[in-house]
Each structure stands twice: as C-alpha cells, then as structure tokens.
Design a protein around this ligand. Structure first.
Ligand SMILES: Nc1ncnc2c1ncn2[C@@H]1O[C@H](COP(=O)(O)OP(=O)(O)OP(=O)(O)O)[C@@H](O)[C@H]1O
Length: 381
C-alpha cells in the first residue's frame, strides 16, 4: 500500500464561529504533486495554515507521515519536514543567489557564520546541484535584488528545497509572472516532484493544466471534488461554483457555450476583433442582462485558455435539444469566423474539428442538414 504523507480528517477551522474550513477530509500519497484550486474565499490559504500550525483546528486532525500535528508549533512542524513557500518571494535581496542558498542549507541559520566561513564541501555540492535545478547557475553570483520576479520565485523554491523538506507547500507561485517565467516555474515544480511530495495552490488555470496530475477543488471550506484537470473542469458542480455570480445560466448551457467557443477557435487563429464579436454573440445567447453577458464573455475567454476538448464536453449533453443547440452555435461560430470575404467559410482545420463534433453529437444527418441550412440563411441576411 502507498504510504500517505498527509491525512486530514474532519478538519474544521472557525474564526469567531465562521467556518473557513468545514469538516474537510483530504489525503495524499507520498510522492504526489497535488494542485488545489477553488474560488476566492474557498479556504485554500487557511487549509495550508492548518497544516503548518499557523492556525489551530477547532475540530479534527492533520496527520503528517502518520503523526498527529495537533498543538505542535509552526517551528516544530517545519522541523518535522513541511516547508512552505508564500506568495511573495522572501529572499535576502542584498545577498547573492548562492549566498541565499548557502544560508538556507545551513541548518543553524547563523547568517554571519554562513557568510564568513567557507561552507563544507557537502553543502557546496548541494548548492551547485540546487543552482542547476532552479536554472540559476549563470546568476549564482548576482545579488538577488537584480533577479526578475520569476527568478526570485525559483530562488525561493530552491531555498525551501535546500532544507530538505518531505512535503512542500507552494502558494500561488506564478501570480504576476510572464508566460515564460510561468513555464519555468512549472518545469521546476515538475522536476522537484520526482523526489518530493508537493501541494500547489493556484488560480492560473493554464498553469494548473501544465503541472497538474490530480486536482482537488475546495469550496466553502470543504472538498467539492477531486480528479484529473479534465474531470474537475467539466464537473457541473465546479462550473457552477466558478460561475457562482451568474444565477440564471445552467451548467448544461455553459457546456454548450464552451463547445461553440472551442469550435470557433479550432484552427487556433482568430483576430481579436473577431474573437470579440463571437464571444459577444455566444454570451448573448443565454445572458439576461449586459452585466451577465460580460461575465459570461470573461468565463468563455478563460475557458479558451484552458484547452478543454470537445471529447470531454459533448458527452455531458444528454438532451437531444442541447446537442442540437451546440451544433447550431458551433456552426454559426465557425462560419462567422472567416477573416476575409473571399476566404472559404470553413477552412481545413475547422472542417476536421467540425467533422469530429458531428461524430460526437451523433445527430441524424437530416437534422444536421436542416440546422446548417438555417444558420447559413441567417448569416446571409
Ligand atoms: N483570521 C481570520 N479571521 C476571520 N476570517 C478569516 C480569517 N482568515 C480567513 N478568514 C475567512 O475565511 C474564508 C477563507 O479564507 P482563505 O483566505 O482561506 O480563502 P482562500 O481560498 O485562500 O481565498 P483567496 O483565493 O481569495 O486567497 C474567507 O471568507 C476569509 O474571509
């Protein structure tokens, strides 16, 4: 049986009676890289606070490698092997990259001794390896102050790893990073996951997709669901939670819109102004007012950055009316995405994607023909 590194049972953390964590159950195998997502206020930070001893549970327990952490201080828990990286980098800006890592390797944390004594050969080798892992060998002698935000994040992750924790807790590591830096941090976490157990909390869905194996979704202080990125993203409960502020659109309607938006982008190529027109048209389908339309547009735009596949969306439409509407909106979105009047209405990539959609929808050919003819007539008008 796989060893559990973390087991959380019936955990409740209340602040003045308000349950930020509410009877939460969670467990994680040693060696796992787990991503935790959830809307604002879901309890993600409090969840980490309860593991590291920053807050004490009102009820329930946290077990790390089988040991109950109740009433242990933050310091003690950290020494047991749980390292935490906060959102903003906490590196020593006046020290070089190497000095920061030397300091982190030095268990006594004596700043002066670390800086003025030559580190033992064992630590020197360790620091060299770490520099390589975090991709900062070339910048080893540069003051941390001169690093980019992403490089500082990587340095701090390296400093955490220097202390050889068994479990790494990483809170929103890519907030405010460029796409390239985000990818570097993702690659670093994936590399570290080969020899560590890691929990990453993150809002950036594209990043979650890059690193995620198993995803846990928190909502109102409890686990809403767990699974692969595709599974949780297409779970109607998750869609509903993320769309909490939009009361009138159903999860099924959202799936229909997501299918149509995915089809409009199937050749991965659309001018911003056309994207705007298509998203506006799609979001108008179900929105009851302009505020809701804006929210839906934003949601669809987010969806497009997540590369969801129609293969996982279409099977969720059980009603034949929903499938017909998905076809109508998809056909309309593709046909109206042509870039110049002379270009064929549907290019080759779009045609392939559309063919796949038809297979998945599995509608009678005469119904497909009728819907296509109706849309074509509307577009000519
Ligand atoms: N010390 C505290 N006192 C009172 N309420 C708190 C305290 N800490 C957190 N909360 C409340 O608990 C809930 C969960 O907060 P938490 O910060 O854990 O959520 P989160 O999922 O990390 O949110 P975000 O994504 O916005 O950072 C929120 O409603 C928050 O206002």
């Amino acid at each position: 049986m796989t060893e559990k590194i973390l087991e959380i049972e019936d955990l409740t953390v209340a602040f003045d009676g308000f349950k930020a964590i509410n009877q939460l159950n969670f467990s994680m195998d040693a060696g796992e890289l787990r991503t935790i997502i959830g809307p604002n206020g879901a309890g993600k930070t409090t969840f980490l606070d309860a593991i590291t001893g920053k807050v004490q549970p009102t009820k329930g327990q946290v077990r790390f490698k089988g040991r109950n952490l109740r009433r242990l201080s933050e310091h003690k828990i950290s020494r047991l092997g749980i390292g935490r990286k906060f959102q903003t980098p906490r590196v020593y800006l006046n020290l070089t990259v190497r000095e920061n890592l030397d300091l982190a390797c030095n268990r006594n944390k004596n700043v002066l001794a670390t800086l003025f004594q030559k580190p033992p050969a064992r630590d020197r080798g360790h620091v060299g390896g770490l520099l390589e892992t975090i991709g900062l060998t070339a910048k080893a002698n540069l003051k941390a102050d001169l690093l980019s935000h992403g490089e500082k994040q990587r340095l701090e992750i390296g400093m955490l790893v220097a202390q050889s924790p068994d479990l790494l807790l990483v809170d929103e590591p890519v907030a405010g990073l460029t796409d390239e830096e985000t990818e570097n941090v993702g690659a670093l976490l994936i590399a570290l996951a080969e020899s560590h157990s890691i929990i990453v909390i993150e809002h950036d869905m594209e990043f979650v997709r890059q690193i995620a194996r198993k995803v846990t979704v928190l909502h109102q202080g409890s686990v809403l669901c767990e699974g692969t990125m595709d599974e949780v993203q297409n779970d109607p409960r998750v869609i509903e939670v993320y769309l909490g502020e939009v009361p009138t659109i159903t999860p099924q309607q959202m799936i229909i819109l997501r299918i149509a938006a995915t089809m409009a982008w199937s050749d991965g190529n659309l001018a911003p102004e056309e994207a705007e027109v298509i998203l506006s048209r799609l979001s108008r389908q179900f929105a009851t007012d302009s505020q809701q339309q804006e929210q839906l547009k934003e949601e669809l735009q987010n969806h497009l950055t997540q590369n969801a596949k129609i293969e996982s969306l279409v099977p969720q439409l059980e009603e034949v009316e929903d499938r017909q509407l998905a076809l109508r909106l998809s056909y309309e979105a593709i046909a109206s995405s042509r870039r110049t009047p002379n270009e064929p209405a549907i290019n080759e990539e779009e045609a392939t994607a559309y063919q796949r959609l038809l297979e998945l929808l599995d509608l009678p050919p005469e119904v497909v023909q009728q819907i296509e003819a109706e849309v074509a007539a509307e577009l000519r008008r």
